[in-house]
Structures are given as C-alpha cells and as structure tokens.
Ligand binder design. Structure first.
Ligand SMILES: Cc1cc2nc3c(=O)[nH]c(=O)nc-3n(C[C@H](O)[C@H](O)[C@H](O)COP(=O)(O)OP(=O)(O)OC[C@H]3O[C@@H](n4cnc5c(N)ncnc54)[C@H](O)[C@@H]3O)c2cc1C
Length: 401
C-alpha cells in the first residue's frame, strides 16, 4: 500500500510532481538522509511518464558508446542541445538502466540479450523497452521504491504559489480546496511540460495527460528563473487520426522501428521513417498539404502507417498495448494500415539548468520535461525517460546537499 501521511509544514527538499523526474529526485534526495516531501496535483499515477510506451535509450550495445549516443542527440537536435548536458545524459545512461533494474524494472530481452530497437535519429539500435509500457513499468518501480523507503507521496496537492524570502522557499499548496503552506530549504520542480494546455487552447489533439499545464514554470519564471527553447514544442509524427477513440494516441515509434512504413494516398513511401522526429512530422504535413495525403472518415488530414509490415510473430511482444487499443476500437493494425497525423506531444525547452539540475535561482532545481537544454529544440524518442532518471536523481541529490 502507498504511504500516506499528513502534509508537514517544512521539508529539507520539496519535490513537485510524481512523474519519473519527481520520483527519481525524491528517491535521490532521501538517499542522502534529507527530509523530503513530494506533492503532486492529481493522483500519483497521473503523469506523462506512465503513458510512455516506446522505451528508453542507453548505449548498451557492444558497438555503441555514450559518445555515439551523444552525437545522435546533438545531430537530432540540429546542434541546439547543450553538449555538457548531453554528455551527462548519455554517459550516465548505462548506469541508469542498471539502477532501474536493481529496483525491479525488467527490460524486454531476446536471445541476444536486451531487445534493442532503433529509434528516429539513432545510428544504431539503442532503445530498451518493457513491451510497449516502458514508462508505466519505470514509474511503478519508482513508486514502489519510495513506498519501501517510507517516502510519502501527497496526491491532489498542487503547487499554486512559490516565494523565496531570506534564502528559503515558502510554497503555497492547494489540497482539495484548502490552502497549505510549506517551508523548504530547496525545491525540485519536476512538474512536466505544458502540451495539454497548449493543445487545449489551440483546439488541437495532444498525447498528453490533463496535468501538463505548465504553471510551475510560470511560478519559477516569476522568481527569476530563465528558460531556453521554450517556444519549441514537439509534434509526435505518428499520432492516431482514426478511429475516434485513438485520436491523439501516440502510436509508438517502435512500430516504425519494427517495420511499419508511412504511405501516401498513392501507397508510396515518402520519407525515412526513422529520421529525427521533426523531419518525419514535417514530411507527413507536407504530403497532406500538397494533396498527396488521405482524409479520415471525419475529414481530418492523414497518411497511412502501414503496420501490416510488422512481423506478426513479434508484434504481440513489442506492441501489445497498441494492438489491444486498436482492436478494441475495431481496427486490426496487423491486417490494415492505420491513419496517422502529427499530434502535439512534448515541450522540448524549459527551465535552464546546469548539469546538476540547478536553475538560475539559487536553491531551485528542475528535472525532466520542465527543463530545457538536454534535448535542444528537437528531442529524440527514448531520451526523455532517460532524462528523468539521470537528471531527476542529480537534481534530488544536489538539492539535498
Ligand atoms: C503518450 C506518451 C508517450 C511517450 N513515450 C515516450 C517514450 O517512449 N520514451 C521517452 O523517453 N519519452 C516518452 N514520452 C515523453 C515522456 O514520457 C515525458 O516527457 C516524461 O515522462 C516526463 O516526465 P516528467 O517527470 O518530467 O513529467 P510527468 O511525467 O508529466 O510528471 C509531471 C508531474 O507533475 C505534476 N504537476 C504538474 N503541475 C503541478 C503542480 N502545479 N503542482 C503539483 N504537481 C504538479 C503532474 O500532475 C505530474 O504528476 C512520452 C510521452 C507521452 C505523453
């Protein structure tokens, strides 16, 4: 059972958000002996991390290396990512995987060891997976680890105000309509991105959960925290376009890793399906705008993702959730191509951080999707879960120190 306790009035480290970054930060801060409070505005399982199905990157293949991983990140970001942050991300990745395994995450394996997929922009197969529920497996293991250590997660507790008088933080927290105050020596913001709000305001589809609204960033900016690449929002190239229950669903990039191809109305391929995300998304949009696309039964632009090319022998292992979702909606992706179109997915930029998750405000830390620099203006798939684990732990540890 999860640990539940009353919200205390003070903490050494206050962590905001129960996604991968917040859970990892709370774990690391508590591991140094600090008194940690983790609050999250919805239920503890409500976060983008739990919905991440594709996988997590790490250079574990014998022909791979952290340097090669870093080159792929920098190339996919078109040179906009921060090389120092990228070096931290990729060099700590293999150890991050080992740590996740030590707390119970079981990555998929085949006869050759880890089952590795090649994701968009990668020069070698590097993506570890837990079926197609990698984020769920990671978040679940992290929550269990916090429970084991007696670190409480305060659900339905939203950060609504943050001030920094005399070198410490005063947080205003809204808990079921009641306002509470908490004093903290340091604060780790791991509140995710803002794509749900952006999509809602623009009337477009998004893969994100409703908690992705970005107010923690607004509070940090009011304290003087700098952001970078904040305007750079990422569209997932293959969003679900039809049938209606799958509109906004992020069709795992691993479908393309395992052979699915993009086809226009004439049935022709029109791009490298494993190019960086922005390149693939732009190719789909161009195909539709120039009249070579398809139209869904409800009139939306789309192209086909020919998922019938995926080997049925492995499909049940590598994309079980995706198959189940589509089949429940009356479409069998192994027998017919599916309609797809880019959908708002990820906040590439965010609060400026250094290699230890420090923002430009003393004592204020950030990790995960809320931060900027690790992915530049175009994130590679599989590096966000990694970012959460690597920078979440770093931010938590340094905040505690
Ligand atoms: C459908 C989908 C599939 C994806 N697939 C992959 C993948 O395969 N591989 C990969 O690497 N990445 C993937 N991503 C991206 C990745 O999952 C996320 O970017 C990452 O998990 C974000 O983690 P986080 O901890 O920063 O934020 P989140 O997991 O979004 O957690 C943020 C938390 O902060 C809380 N919060 C927000 N505001 C407040 C507030 N004011 N007060 C208190 N709490 C607050 C939220 O409720 C939530 O608990 C995917 C994303 C989606 C949506």
């Amino acid at each position: 059972m999860p640990v539940v306790s009353d919200l205390p009035g003070r903490a050494d480290v206050l962590v905001i958000g129960s996604g991968g970054a917040g859970l990892a930060a709370a774990w690391a801060a508590a591991d140094t002996g600090a008194d940690v409070v983790l609050v999250t505005k919805g239920s503890r399982a409500s976060c983008n991390t739990g919905m991440a199905h594709g996988g997590i990157q790490a250079a574990v293949h014998p022909d791979d290396s952290p340097d090669r991983h870093a080159r792929d990140v920098l190339d996919s970001s078109h040179g906009t990512a921060d090389p120092e942050l990228v070096s931290v991300l990729t060099s700590e990745a293999p150890e991050a995987i080992a740590w996740l395994e030590s707390i119970g995450v079981e990555f998929s394996r085949d006869a050759g060891g880890y089952r590795l997929a090649r994701c968009g922009g990668a020069s070698i197969p590097r993506l570890l997976q837990v079926g197609d529920r990698t984020g769920h497996a990671i978040a679940k293991a992290l929550r269990a680890e916090l429970d084991r250590r007696g670190i409480a997660i305060h659900d339905h507790t939203a950060l609504v105000g943050l001030e920094r008088p005399n070198g410490h933080f005063e947080a205003r927290l809204s808990q079921g309509g009641d306002e509470r105050r908490l004093d903290a020596g340091a604060v780790v913001l791991a509140a995710g991105g803002r794509c749900y709000k952006e999509a809602h305001d623009a009337g477009i589809l998004t893969t994100n959960q409703p908690g992705s609204t970005g107010e923690a960033t607004t509070l940090a900016r009011a304290l003087g925290a700098e952001v970078r690449d904040y305007d750079a929002l990422q569209h997932h190239p293959t969003g679900g376009a039809w049938p209606p229950p799958l509109q906004g669903f992020s069709i795992p990039e691993t479908c393309r890793s395992y052979g699915a191809t993009l086809r226009n109305a004439a049935g022709e391929r029109f791009c490298d399906e494993l190019a960086p995300r922005d390149t693939v998304a732009a190719a789909i949009v161009r195909e539709c705008e120039e009249g070579r696309g398809l139209t869904t039964p409800d009139g939306r632009p789309a192209v086909h993702l020919d998922t019938t090319a995926i080997d049925p022998e492995i499909a049940g292992e590598v994309i079980p959730t995706m198959l189940r979702r589509y089949r429940a909606a009356g479409v069998d992706p192994l027998h017919e191509p599916i309609f797809t179109y880019p959908v708002l997915h990820y906040q590439n930029g965010g609060l400026r951080i250094d290699g230890h998750g420090r923002t430009t405000v003393a004592g204020l830390f950030a990790a995960g999707e809320i931060s900027g620099g690790v992915h530049g203006r175009n994130r590679m798939m599989g590096n966000s879960l990694l970012d959460c684990v690597v920078f979440g732990r770093r931010a938590g540890r340094t905040a505690a120190a």
